[in-house]
Write a protein that binds this ligand. Structure first.
Ligand code: SF4
Ligand code: SF4
Length: 224
């Protein structure tokens, strides 16, 4: 899931102060699990804005904020409330925010959240980063544990010389990713994989922006 974190009130108001009325769009997927785009978060945002003398013309939690077409269809019932707003506040990740930008080409759209990383919810409202979206997954060779994300240096072939007592030299609070990988491979009888050299990554696979299934003509329109 995409982990997002609410911007501080002060930071948010730096962008929003010049507007008087807002429509709020949340997201019932990741942002809801993060508590940054669910109904409770939206109600809290409404109160915050009202305390600043602002008006909230309406709010809606779409099923999946980054599903642009679906969100556009869901928003049809709120057409008047959206049109009555000076600006839209997208309470989702950066992708959901950009859905709103495409849906409302003539209205300012502002994100209420900072989009942090791709990770897992390990306990309620506790999130750990798990994947850096490198575009060429290697965890079939590393016991299903990502060295690019879990090792601060992104080392692909074993630990650096700074590992101490199994902990990472960058932060003693985390276990060395390569110790975790070793322990995992040992447990599942795949220690032989540790001898396999992982070649240097082709970082061009990570080059933005990515498209899958997008017609060539649309890519050119986007560039223009
Ligand atoms: S190797 Fe790449 S795709 Fe696989 S989990 Fe790590 S960062 Fe993500
Ligand atoms: S100690 Fe381990 S996790 Fe930390 S930087 Fe070195 S190899 Fe990476």
């Amino acid at each position: 899931m995409i982990i997002s974190k609410r911007k501080t009130h002060e930071k948010l108001m730096e962008s929003l102060n010049k507007y008087n009325s807002f429509f709020l769009i949340g997201c019932s997927e990741c942002a809801s699990l993060c508590g940054t785009g669910d109904e409770a978060a939206m109600k809290a945002m409404k109160e915050e804005l009202e305390q600043e003398g602002k008006t909230v013309t309406g709010m809606m939690v779409p099923k999946t904020g980054c599903q642009t077409l679906g969100t556009k269809i869901e928003l049809k019932k709120d057409k008047e409330a959206c049109e009555a707003a000076d600006a839209i506040i997208a309470m989702s990740c950066g992708a959901g925010t950009q859905s709103a930008v495409e849906i409302f080409p003539d209205t300012p759209v502002y994100p209420s959240n900072d989009t942090m990383f791709l990770g897992n919810m390990t306990r309620f409202q506790m999130f750990d980063e798990r994947c850096s979206l490198c575009g060429e997954c290697v965890i079939d060779k590393t016991g299903g544990i990502c060295p690019i994300t879990n090792c601060p240096k992104g080392l692909l072939n074993g630990p650096c010389g700074g590992m101490k007592d199994g902990n990472c030299e960058v932060s003693a609070e985390i276990k060395c990713a390569w110790v975790r990988i070793y322990e995992r491979q040992k447990k599942v009888n795949e220690l032989d994989k540790m001898a396999e050299i992982i070649p240097p990554k082709d970082w061009s696979k990570k080059q933005n922006p990515h498209f899958i299934g997008r017609p060539e003509k649309d890519k050119k329109e986007k560039k223009a």
